[in-house]
Design a protein around this ligand. Structure first.
Ligand SMILES: O=C(O)CCC(=O)C(=O)O
Ligand SMILES: [Fe+2]
Length: 218
């Protein structure tokens, strides 16, 4: 039993499930409570001010490399160190259960990192996992920026699964907005940001062991 109310809009849950089934993606405004977003934002900005973030790379394990021409954010993996992190991870645990019940996805783990995009940074169009090696099944992004201006840039563009050149949604990185989509079939990108941009990117994973090797997180 969960003693406190969930920090999110439970009425949006059926819409989230429908969105994933019908289109492969969902975007909800004011999905996560403002107070929790504010606390997560403060934690990330404190890290950014103290150089306590690591340049983000692409690829995992031994394939990991820094490519500023592909992505320009700096990250910190959630490690349950703070109460806001634990609250957000608890909410994602509930979401994981709901998705497993509604869609039989067999999700068993959630990994997530804070991301800070300095002015000028972007993340070129990509998929979060590759078909057949789909350890990442559902991608999530929670935006943390209070008062994002119309000309702030830094939107996430989502593209059609079957026509990857066709843009289907553009998401402003405003506080409380939560996006999720199928990791191996929805191409997406972060357009160049004009202002420092704060978010948490996360992935629900399935356990895929390849050739007897346990698939590592990250
Ligand atoms: O921050 C976003 O809007 C998306 C980030 C992203 O695509 C990723 O980290 O894989
Ligand atoms: Fe991504």
């Amino acid at each position: 039993m969960i003693a406190t109310p969930l920090p999110w809009d439970t009425e949006a849950l059926p819409k989230l499930v429908d969105g994933l089934v019908e289109r492969g993606w969902f975007v909800g405004k004011s999905f996560i409570e403002t107070d929790l977003c504010r606390a997560l934002y403060d934690e990330l900005m404190t890290r950014a001010e103290h150089d306590a973030l690591a340049a983000a790379g692409i690829g995992r394990g031994e394939d990991h490399s820094l490519r500023r021409d592909i992505r320009g954010d700096a990250i910190h993996w959630l490690d349950r160190e703070s109460l806001p992190q634990r609250q957000y991870l608890a909410a994602m645990e509930v979401l994981q259960r709901e998705l497993n019940q509604a869609l039989y996805l067999g999700l068993f783990e959630f990994e997530a990192h804070f991301a800070h995009y300095p002015p000028g940074a972007f993340y070129k169009k990509h998929l979060d996992s590759f078909r057949g090696r789909a350890n990442r099944v559902v991608s999530t992004v929670l935006y943390l920026n209070p008062d994002w201006p119309l000309d702030g840039g830094g939107e996430m563009a989502l593209y059609d699964t079957d026509h990857p050149e066709r843009e289907v949604a553009r998401v402003r990185p405003e506080t409380g907005t939560f996006a999720c989509f199928l990791s191996d079939s929805v191409p997406h990108e972060v357009l160049p940001t004009r202002l420092p941009r704060a978010s948490i990117a996360g992935w629900f994973r399935r356990n895929t062991s390849l050739g007897g090797l346990i698939d590592p997180a990250r």
